[in-house]
Design a protein around this ligand. Structure first.
Ligand code: FCB
Length: 437
């Protein structure tokens, strides 16, 4: 059980759980178009065990029981993502009515259960037809994404409590176009530089599009890490500074100040889109809130690897089942940093959680959540305006390049039978949220 108490957060603090479409829905059923994760995962060698999201948790059919779990856990909100290729199978043009109907049912299902819908427009499942046209490397993606945002705003906007454009632009751009670990699996500096800018230009374009439909409470979700040098050496400190620019400041600075870090615009100068500066007003459109996904710290040392500008090393803190260090203080530090250096808009922890070995008894996860929730309280006391917290994730699910082997759920999923079984961590949230309502 948790040691923290819901009352410590005040009555309007929002507690929720988060998921993403490709990781749970399953299926190119009912007209959903192909996405880059369908083809990336079908390509041998990209994903552990050759796992794909073809079935995942079959949330597409089992969503009523999943929403019941969220309600019964005592949560206020559900952060879910909309699959672009389910609404627009080719990415642009013809609308798939079955897709609209699915999200209609899902959103109404949340409202019927008293859950606030927090939607994310893009959690990595780009329609393959748009990848064929260059995907995030092509500037036109801003218009494609803007049109998709208009559709979402028109169909669902009035029922959404909050809407985010992009989940984790660093992953969309750098992880997927420079490190080659996520779809589309590029390893190319020009591709990465273009994606780094276009993903934020598309974000700003979508903010304008959503606002034009009257959709309220708009934001973006950034994955941030606490960057620290592996030693006190000047070389490691400067690697840390570069890593921080690449991971954190490109996105914080771009979105909240209309400015990219100078060391990166210098490094990427030959590859960035021409005249990108003219887009910065769109990149930095005013937002209503900022979402932060936090998992761990980044520990940097000067790189000996010519393929990487900086190198990350494993630290000596306790690690989760995916090898990430457990570091709650990093969450407080980050929230305070964002509130002090970047913005006064409300902050939400839109993802936080840990991978643990399979099982329903997960005491380390209970402690992880308790400690990170304390870190949120500490940040609030230090002046950060944090309004909500979403656990990643409701269910064990498809963990991208790691496949089904890494389990982040509050609820265990048996992938043979699709049976859901709440874990001790789910019960801990339930205890805290119900006892103090
Ligand atoms: C985040 C992703 C989410 C999930 C967690 C573990 O980077 O947004 O989909 O995979 O990591």
């Amino acid at each position: 059980m948790f040691t923290i108490n819901r009352r410590d957060f005040g009555s309007d603090f929002t507690f929720g759980v988060a998921t993403a479409a490709y990781q749970i829905e399953g299926g190119q059923l009912d007209g959903r178009g192909s996405s880059i994760w369908d083809t990336f995962s079908a390509t041998p060698g990209n994903v552990k065990n050759g796992d794909t999201g073809a079935d995942a948790c079959n949330h597409y059919e089992l969503w009523p029981q999943d929403l019941d779990l969220i309600r019964d856990g005592g949560f206020d909100a559900y952060r879910f993502s909309i699959a672009w290729p389910r609404l627009l199978p080719e990415g642009t043009g013809a609308v798939n009515q079955a897709g609209i109907d699915f999200y209609d049912r899902l959103i109404d299902g949340m409202l019927e259960r008293g859950l606030k819908p927090y939607a994310t427009l893009y959690h990595w499942d780009l329609p393959s037809a748009l990848q064929d046209r260059g995907g995030w490397m092509n500037r036109d993606i801003a218009n494609w994404f803007g049109d998709y945002a208009t559709l979402v705003g028109e169909k669902f906007g009035d029922r959404l409590a909050a809407t985010a454009t992009i989940n984790e632009p660093w992953c969309v751009a750098f992880l997927s176009h420079f490190l080659g670990i996520h779809a589309p699996g590029y390893r190319d500096l020009r591709a990465a530089a273009r994606a780094m800018h276009h993903v934020l230009f598309a974000h700003g374009t979508a903010i304008d599009a959503l606002r034009a439909t009257g959709t309220k409470n708009l934001g973006i979700v950034l994955n941030l890490e606490k960057s620290e040098p592996a030693s006190d050496s000047e070389a490691d400190k400067s690697a840390c500074n570069f890593g921080d620019a690449l991971f954190n400041r490109w996105y914080l600075g771009g979105v909240l100040k209309g400015q990219y870090p100078a060391e990166l615009t210098e490094w990427l100068a030959p590859y960035l889109p021409e005249n990108y500066e003219a887009d910065m007003a769109v990149v930095s459109r005013p937002l209503d809130w900022l979402g932060i996904n936090y998992y761990t710290r980044g520990l940097y040392k000067a790189s000996n690897d010519p393929r990487r500008p900086v190198e990350q090393v494993a630290g000596d803190l306790e690690k989760t089942d995916i090898g990430w260090e457990i570091y709650p203080k990093g969450l407080s530090d980050l929230l305070v940093r964002v509130a002090t250096e970047y913005t006064k808009i409300p902050l939400y922890v839109t993802e936080n959680g840990m991978a643990e070995v399979e099982g329903e008894d997960d005491p380390r996860r209970v402690r992880y959540y308790d400690d990170h929730l304390k870190a949120v309280l500490a940040a609030r006391e230090a002046g950060a305006d944090v309004r909500g917290y979403f656990a990643w994730s409701l269910l064990d699910n498809y963990e991208w390049a790691e496949g089904y082997n890494k389990r982040f759920g509050l609820v265990h999923v048996d992938y043979q039978t699709q049976e859901r079984t709440p874990k001790a961590s789910y019960r801990s949230f339930q205890g805290m949220l119900h006892n103090t309502r």
